[in-house]
Design a protein. Structure first.
Length: 229
C-alpha cells in the first residue's frame, strides 16, 4: 500500500461516500388536511448527517497524507479510520430504525408527523455502509505500510552548509591565506593591486610634498608653475 494509492483510495472513498449520501434513503407517506397522501423522502445526508461529515473528513485525510510528514501522516490515517467508523455508525442507526428519520423528514416536508405507510429503505444505505467499512480497512492497511513510505520532499527547505558542500573547503580570496605565485614566490591572497610596503610611494608623491592650494593660486597669479616643474 503506497502513499499514492492511499491518497487516491481515501479521495475516492470520500467522493463515493458523498455519492451514496446524496440520493434518497427513506420513503414513506403522510396525510394532510388537503391531501390524503403525500409522499415523503429523505436523503442520506439528512437522515444520517454523520455520512456527509465522514465524507469531508476522508477527503481532508487523503490530502493530508499527500502533504504531511511521518507523524502527521499517522494522525491523518487515524482520523480517516474514525471517519469510516462514523459513516458506518450513522448508517447503522438509520438501518436499524428508520422511523425517526422518516418522521423528521415528514415534519419538514408537510408539517405532519403521523406516517400513513411503512417506511421503506432504498439500497443506498448499504452502499454507504460499504464505503465506511472500506475506509476503515484502507486506513488500517495504510497505517501498517506507512513505515516504508518515503519522506516528503525537502526541496523548499533551506539546505545546511555541510562539510562536503561545494565551495566549503575552498578559501575565499582576501582571507589572508598564502597562495603560490608562478615564479615560485609567495603572494598574499589579497590579490593583485594591493601594494606592498616597498611600493607605497611608486604610484604618487609623498604626502608631505603636496602643494598648498593658496600657494598654488599665488604661483599661478605670478605666472609661475606651482608644481615647480
Amino acid at each position: 500500500m503506497t502513499r499514492t494509492r492511499t491518497v487516491l483510495a481515501l479521495l475516492v472513498l470520500g467522493a463515493l461516500t458523498f455519492g451514496t449520501g446524496s440520493p434518497t434513503w427513506i420513503t414513506t407517506t403522510v396525510a394532510t388536511a388537503l391531501q390524503p397522501e403525500v409522499a415523503v423522502a429523505a436523503s442520506g445526508t439528512s437522515a444520517a448527517p454523520g455520512v456527509g461529515a465522514g465524507a469531508l473528513v476522508l477527503l481532508a485525510a487523503g490530502i493530508a497524507c499527500a502533504l504531511t510528514g511521518r507523524v502527521a501522516r499517522y494522525v491523518a490515517l487515524v482520523v480517516a479510520a474514525a471517519a469510516g467508523v462514523l459513516v458506518v455508525a450513522s448508517t447503522l442507526v438509520v438501518v436499524a430504525d428508520p422511523v425517526p428519520a422518516a418522521t423528521n423528514a415528514a415534519s419538514a416536508t408537510s408539517g405532519v408527523t403521523e406516517l400513513t405507510s411503512p417506511v421503506t429503505l432504498t439500497a443506498w444505505p448499504w452502499a454507504a455502509l460499504a464505503t465506511g467499512v472500506l475506509a476503515v480497512v484502507v486506513a488500517v492497511w495504510a497505517g501498517i505500510a506507512a513505515r516504508g513510505w518515503a519522506a516528503t520532499s525537502a526541496r523548499h527547505e533551506r539546505a545546511g552548509q555541510g562539510a562536503g558542500a561545494p565551495g566549503a573547503a575552498a578559501t575565499a580570496p582576501g582571507d589572508g591565506a598564502a597562495v603560490p605565485a608562478e615564479d615560485g614566490a609567495t603572494a598574499t591572497a589579497g590579490g593583485p593591486g594591493k601594494p606592498t610596503d616597498g611600493d607605497a610611494g611608486t604610484d604618487g608623491d609623498d604626502p608631505d610634498d603636496e602643494i598648498d592650494p593658496h600657494d598654488a593660486w599665488d604661483a599661478l597669479s605670478r605666472g609661475d608653475d606651482p608644481t615647480g616643474r
